[in-house]
Write a protein that binds this ligand. Structure first.
Ligand code: SF4
Ligand code: SF4
Length: 304
């Protein structure tokens, strides 16, 4: 069970039906308690979590985001040596979801995006250096899932609405766009630094730590967040955490791609730029000195 991005386009052995369709396409499907395959899909999971999935689940469980990550998540590489993704951690020593019960999903109202989409696969694509992504869908037909034999037909758009995906997609869009932009920016942009990978991880997946970061002195010395905006995102209501997450996406676009939408305190920004210039200059000087040492003829035994 998973949502698919452009890079995961179906291949011959895949259970994904190799036909890309739009939201008006009708599917025949129903999942219901009592069906012979009940819980089969939740017994063998491979579920990627969006930042909004984590937000909803940690609230549901009354956990801080760091605790949630520790107990219920495993990181994986979204791209080689690049930014991280998060998957649901199955039960210890098994492949079943920790939230599966005989009656079904114990966190149903807050279940992740991938669980809501199933058996539809979301194919998200974007052109290089554009933020606007386009969506199409595909159908996932796995042998064990008998929901495809149920006599109910509805459009993918209606299925998405039924599964509460409008809100989930809206809240996950900023993250999906960042990931797609990072993936399609290719080798010209290079490997992200350790620091930018850490910032990405904290901002997207560890929201409580990100809130403390936004509340910290060093952050506020540099960023000039308007008080009304700050107030709207610093509480612990769902609305405030949604606002904080959206602010986080903007923050990452600014830090990773230089898209400045969060105002900076002029003096602090200038001081930072001067420090960055000095650091770059020092690095250049060090490299030049190293090169000079390497090319020094005395090293080759030509001096007298
Ligand atoms: S979160 Fe719920 S729906 Fe999703 S795999 Fe786990 S038990 Fe199944
Ligand atoms: S019908 Fe499909 S989605 Fe529903 S319980 Fe069975 S395997 Fe899972």
């Amino acid at each position: 069970m998973d949502t698919y991005m452009a890079k995961d386009l179906p291949f011959p052995e895949s259970p994904v039906v190799p036909e890309m369709v739009d939201g008006s396409k009708n599917i025949q499907f129903r999942c219901r308690q009592g069906i012979a395959c009940w819980n089969a899909c939740c017994s063998n999971i491979d579920i990627s979590l969006t930042p909004y999935d984590i937000l909803r689940l940690k609230r549901r469980l009354g956990l801080a985001s760091a605790q949630f990550l520790q107990q219920y998540a495993v990181p994986y590489e979204l791209e080689k040596d690049g930014i991280a993704g998060i998957k649901l951690k199955p039960v210890s020593g098994g492949s079943a979801c920790q939230f599966m019960t005989p009656e079904g999903c114990s966190v149903y109202e807050d279940r992740p995006t991938a669980c809501r989409y199933y058996p539809v696969a979301l194919l998200s694509m974007r052109k290089q250096d554009e933020y606007t992504d386009t969506h199409s869908y595909a159908l996932v037909k796995e042998e064990h899932c008998l929901g495809h034999n149920e006599p109910r037909s509805l459009s993918i758009d209606d299925y998405r609405a039924e599964q509460g995906l409008t809100e989930y997609d809206e809240q996950g869009r900023g993250w999906r766009q960042l990931v797609l932009k990072k993936m399609s920016s290719g080798p010209t942009v290079g490997k992200p630094s350790v620091k930018s990978r850490q910032l990405f991880f904290m901002t997207c997946y560890d929201l409580d730590t990100f809130r403390a970061f936004v509340d910290s002195g060093p952050f506020n010395e540099l960023y000039d967040v308007p008080p009304v905006e700050r107030q709207a995102m610093m509480g612990d209501t769902l609305q405030a955490e949604q606002a904080l997450l959206q602010f986080g996406y903007r923050f990452l676009r600014q830090v990773l791609f230089g898209e400045e939408t969060i105002p900076l305190h002029k003096e602090a920004a200038e001081k930072r730029r001067a420090q960055a210039r000095e650091k770059a200059f020092a690095a250049e000087r060090e490299a030049a000195e190293k090169l000079a040492r390497e090319e020094d003829p005395r090293d080759e035994g030509f001096d007298d």
